[in-house]
Each structure stands twice: as C-alpha cells, then as structure tokens.
Unconditional design. Sequence first.
Length: 82
Amino acid sequence: MALPNDHDTKHDNVAGSQPPMTEETFANLGAPDLAYIRLVQIPEGAVWGIYSANGTQLGLAPQRELAFAAAVQNDLMPVSAH
C-alpha cells in the first residue's frame, strides 16, 4: 500500500549516485566569474552594489562606472542586475 506522500523515485537522482546540489552550489553554478552590479539604497543614499553569483555583497561604489571597474580589476565580469 502506497502512502499519500510516496512517489516514483526512479527519476529523483538522474546521475544515480550524486547527492542533491546545495543552494550555494546551485547559485555558483556556471557563474563564478560574474559580478552583478545594481543600485542599492543605504542610509547615506544610493550607491552601486557589487554582488557575487550567490548574492554575497562584494562591495559598494558611489558610481556605476566605478563598480564595473572594481569588478574588472578583481578578474570578474560585471553584468547589470535590475
């Protein structure tokens, strides 16, 4: 007799022996060299935030161009996030 929450597990783990991906691993998948640049509000006013693929804040810059330059100087590829 199947329980209401039982399901077919033959497709659960396509790779067979690999455990499920963690949220952090998934967030970094394919984007370890990207830096997301977006406008953020802080108590002092609007600045440009620089974020890694997993959402970690890497820095702040007073101007968009400086945020992009900081990312490039740190071997990251900056992209705009809205």
